[in-house]
Design a protein around this ligand. Sequence first.
Ligand code: BES
Ligand code: ZN
Ligand code: ZN
Length: 469
Amino acid sequence: MQIVFNDTNTDFKVCFIQNKDLSKFDDDEFFKINDYKGVGSICNLAKRTLYIGLSEELTYASLIASVGSAIKTIKNLNIKSLSIEYLNIGCEFYSAYAIIYGVLAALYEFNKYQKEPKNSKIELISLLVNASDDIKEGVRLAEVLANACEDVKNIVNEIPSTYNQLSFEQDALKLAKEFDLECNIYSDDYMQKEGMNAFLAVNRASAYPAKLIHLAYKPKNAKKRIVYVGKGLVYDTGGLSLKPADYMLTMKADKSGAAAVLGILKAAKLLNLDYEIHGIIGAAQNCISEKSYMPDDVVISKEGVSIEVRNTDAEGRLVLADCLSFAQDLKPDLLIDLATLTGACVVGLSEYTSGIMGYNEELQNEFYENSKRSGEYTCVLHFNPHIKELIKSKIADVSNTGSSRYGGAISAGMFLGEFIRKEYKDKWLHLDIAGPAYLEKAWGENSYGASAAGVRMNIINLLRMARRK
Ligand code: BES
Ligand code: ZN
Ligand code: ZN
């Protein structure tokens, strides 16, 4: 995709309507005919123009979503070039990012398994503005994030018979080679030696070996060391605590956290961020065989904490527990895990919103504020000692499920907290992306399927931390 500025000679034009103000348009009649109320989008094919009516409460999220859903209405027309108005809703950099990301994200479609896939023919986008440096950089951010997110979506959308633990290994090696990242991959022997029994237990029934993947981007003079950990369940059947059929569907997306970690590394490298960034991926498959780990089992994690397995479907936290130990050995200044961890988070926060958890309220609030600029929705969920009571075990140090059916997102977060050493408690954030990671109904800029949840919020959090924007 080529992105240029101020080229008005395009096949199609996209304009904004703010505050339902139709006065700047000469074809008033056209809006009347269509009973247009000023929100949503409308397309005048004769004039080759698309009008996007913006909601009155304008945020970066709503701008991205409005642009995205409008673009979806025209993306399969025979259009090669598109010009789009620029609109500043607060900050030039993030406004330009929002508009261009909205367009690019809306063009994505996972259709490789269709006989006649429909793909947009758009090759050129022209942003109608005399671009300042801020605007140019915002456009660049959008391009980088759209590109990284596309890779992530392709991984998450890929089907379980094709995408397994070895696929993660290959994708990590490919990324490392192409972008000059360090990459180390560990399997059974190493993990056994390191006592990563919680992680290994989850993968025991799989036909493929578990993979612990460590990628690192190490620019010179890095300011801080940031470590991301991703849940990479290539499939989650629930194991012996088998999921009902309806709930199992979409569990190919249980690798979304790990895929997002790959996307974050790629974007960080493309943006030359001056942080040392590590990505840890726990790739496993939760299935059933005579080797399955079982409810009632007790596993001893790398941290030395024993875990009573009361439900084999609460597997993500077992994989993450050991990965978080590995991550802390790297002595991070900031440690963030991303996981499609709980259905409870979806129930509590919706399919649109990720949960932010941890012990450091300031860090959580800062992340929440920063994520708003990305267009991703987040919400801070607070720990409390009563919820910690719910994960007590009578026979081990901790139970992998809460004893109440309430508060499942937080009890899962607090379970992970049991594996965070004292010195890292204030440096850790847990992001439960179970809601927005995979869409069964497309919304806003997102198409059906994977959304690459977590990539944009984390990259923008890093930009804000570095005071780059
Ligand atoms: N992968 C699921 C969580 C999930 C559910 C992600 C829906 C995306 C959409 C996770 O491994 C899981 O099964 N969690 C259980 C935990 C329970 C057994 C304590 C859940 O949420 O039901
Ligand atoms: Zn599960
Ligand atoms: Zn899972």
